[in-house]
Design a protein around this ligand. Structure first.
Ligand code: GLA
Length: 418
């Protein structure tokens, strides 16, 4: 976890400001309106807001459409910070929506969706991935979290950050256009200690990147592991499986798991296994191999230990690259995080129908979740996920969209210090 000096009073200010603005947003009826009623400033150019629906408690959910100068367009809702759509060009310049999701809030709230629990496009917290038996000890106390994935806690518990209404503030900066999302998780929420103020920004740049900065402060020591759970299909959402996508992961190790997907504690060498993605390999190429780890995951659902340059902790490094041969779309993921969960959509079973009316069938999307390792609070040999009150959590991940043609011409992902 990288921690940068960060002015807490200013942060608190944003939180309080957020609460006030949240009230203003609740009264919003118009499709597009000034976001900041206190200063009457209009939405920045390239950002539009519309109503997306209403939660059971009556609170309104907004949808922000953000475009960059090259026509890349993403839509984000403040419920769960969910990226509901993301349109990028293929080799011919045709724009397609490359993430799985829905066009209506009801679809994200439906029983079918809750049963499937795929976390489409959502922000994940407080703790992305699993904590064994939903239990950990910290500073002499044992904490029991709700278990929602067999015996374990997955993605923050019963009501994780993916199901919270965030305060959203659109912005335009020299880096790009985006949205700052803030949410305060009260002390004891979902069993976690400490009042955690989380602030996540999505920035869509004119270099065709989506940069995500995760920040948090806590009032008491607590585990934090924030991530984003978009499912990509570079052929376009609803267009079949991702098995033909070619994946490179910059990792020579991974963390093998037990039957309930909790790491054994070992960091295994990927050499000679279906987990060796150091060279571009079709995702489906080795999926059928007889392999205990693939059997436990029902495919790929594993944390990769990213290879970084020595001393590069806290700096962006290229973690993964995905290429889809037909469309020519390329996705690159860079992160400051030490791990990457590659999940091949093994639990998708066709029971959910997406935006364009097509069913999300088995392995029709892949997730690349940048993170600290699963179950770190119980694994002393893994990098720590404990955030202390005098520290600021900051992690950055950049998704970069290009095509096999444009790739050579444009700049490569640059390390970015913040
Ligand atoms: C993560 C987990 C998977 C699965 C998905 C959501 O990627 O590792 O096992 O739970 O979330 O379906």
């Amino acid at each position: 976890m990288t921690r940068h000096v960060f002015s807490f009073p200013r942060y608190l200010g944003v939180g309080l400001f957020g609460l006030m603005i949240g009230q203003a947003c609740l009264q919003a009826q118009a499709q597009t309106m000034p976001i900041d009623s206190s200063s009457s400033s209009a939405l920045p150019p390239g950002i539009e807001r519309s109503a997306f629906g209403q939660l059971a408690n009556g609170r309104e959910v907004d949808c922000y459409r953000i475009t960059n100068d090259n026509g890349i367009e993403m839509r984000v809702i403040n419920y769960g910070g969910i990226i509901v759509s993301l349109k990028t060009p293929d080799l011919q310049g045709q724009m397609d929506d490359i993430v799985l999701g829905f066009d209506s809030l009801d679809d994200y709230l439906s029983d079918a969706y809750r049963r499937a629990n795929p976390y489409f496009g959502a922000l994940i917290g407080r703790y992305g991935n699993r904590i064994a038996n939903g239990r950990f000890s910290l500073d002499g106390e044992t904490y029991q979290l709700p278990t929602n994935d067999g015996p374990n806690t997955l993605h923050g518990g019963d009501v994780g950050f993916n199901q919270r209404l965030w305060h959203a503030e659109p912005f335009s900066s020299s880096e790009g256009r985006g949205l700052v999302l803030t949410y305060t998780s009260e002390d004891g929420e979902e069993g976690f200690p400490g009042r955690l103020s989380a602030r996540v920004s999505y920035t869509l740049t004119n270099d065709n990147e989506l940069a995500i900065d995760y920040r948090a402060k806590t009032s008491r020591a607590t585990p934090v592991n924030l991530t984003q759970h978009s499912y990509f299909n570079l052929q376009g959402e609803g267009h079949g499986s991702i098995l033909n996508h070619e994946l490179t992961i910059n990792a020579s190790g991974f963390t093998p798991v037990n039957e309930t997907l909790i790491p054994t504690g070992e960091i295994a060498d990927v050499s000679g296994t279906p987990f060796d993605f150091r060279r571009p390999t079709a995702i489906g190429a080795r999926m059928g191999e007889k392999n205990t780890q693939l059997a436990y995951g029902k495919g790929y659902d594993h944390n990769f230990v990213l290879s970084k340059n020595p001393g590069a902790a806290g700096h962006l490094a290229l973690a993964a690259r995905v290429t889809e041969p037909q469309s020519g779309r390329v996705l690159e993921v860079s992160t400051t995080e030490p791990g990457l969960q590659f999940y091949s959509g093994n639990f998708l079973d066709g029971s959910l129908t997406g935006k364009s009316g097509r069913a999300y069938t088995h392995r029709s999307g892949l997730a690349l979740e940048t993170q600290h390792f699963p179950d770190s609070p119980n694994q002393s040999n893994f990098p720590s996920t404990i955030l202390k009150p005098d520290e600021t959590y900051h992690s950055r991940t950049v998704y970069r969209f290009s095509t096999t043609q444009s790739e050579g011409q444009s700049r490569s992902t640059q390390p970015h210090s913040s």
